[in-house]
Design a protein around this ligand. Structure first.
Ligand code: 5GP
Length: 224
């Protein structure tokens, strides 16, 4: 489950967004002592680290959490439903969305395209409500440029060996794809210092608790 409020179809999720002004970060929370950003929290981490499991646990504790539903050219896994985990689309569709500026960010990852429909995210932030993205590193860097006041959280495995074990154990991809994902994971693990905070997924429930604390009490910036 990637979204608790998935739009009923892709076209409504991807309605054009008014330019520029909506990209200004971010609204203030009424009644707060000082300027508190209505936070976009961006969760990244290597494939197989357990982002979806942690998010599912967060939702159990924090039902208001809203997670953006991405578009992807990847084929659905047997357990996935179009419009829930992803909007499954073809390359032409994503190319069109990129060209028309309807994606907040996009990236090619292990041979497939992924992207975040921009309008639903900006609408949440404009309303002063928190939003979550769960994306890989290239996408996180694009979001950081657009919305530098977002909070960037790195979900790390306890070790690389543990990550490899989890990816192999998942058994959902052919070996060649797993190799590509492990290569990508090495790159992503080296990027940890670009994030505001790291959460280690040594236990899904504990990591989810830590993430909820971060949502409620965002950390100060690590970067300059
Ligand atoms: P998977 O195919 O395993 O669902 O996802 C592969 C990678 O793509 C994961 O790291 C996932 O977090 C990332 N991802 C999912 N949606 C998006 C998106 O909209 N944009 C970007 N940049 N990455 C995404």
């Amino acid at each position: 489950m990637r979204s608790s409020a998935a739009p009923s179809n892709v076209s409504s999720a991807l309605a054009p967004t008014p330019p520029e002004a909506t990209l200004r970060p971010v609204s203030l929370v009424p009644g707060a002592d000082g300027p508190v950003e209505a936070r976009l929290t961006v969760l990244s981490g290597p494939s197989g680290v357990g982002k979806d499991a942690v998010l599912a646990a967060v939702r159990r504790r924090h039902p208001d959490v809203w997670v953006s539903t991405s578009v992807t050219t990847r084929a659905p896994r047997p357990t996935e439903t179009d419009g829930v985990e992803y909007h499954f689309v073809d390359r032409d569709r994503i190319a069109h969305l990129i060209e028309s500026g309807e994606l907040l960010e996009h990236a090619e990852y292990a041979g497939n395209l992924y992207g975040t429909p921009r309008e639903p995210v900006l609408r949440r932030l404009a309303a002063g409500r928190p939003a979550f993205l769960v994306i890989e590193l290239q996408g996180m860097r694009q979001v950081r440029k657009l919305l530098p006041d977002a909070q960037f959280v790195f979900l790390a495995p306890p070790s690389f060996e543990e990550l490899e074990r989890r990816l192999l154990g998942r058994g959902t991809e052919p070996e060649e794809i797993i190799r590509q994902r492990l290569d990508q994971a090495r790159i992503e693990l080296a990027s940890e210092a670009e994030f505001d905070v790291t959460v280690v997924n040594d236990s899904v429930e504990r990591a989810a608790d830590e993430l909820v604390t971060l949502i409620e009490h965002p950390v100060p910036r690590r970067r300059k």
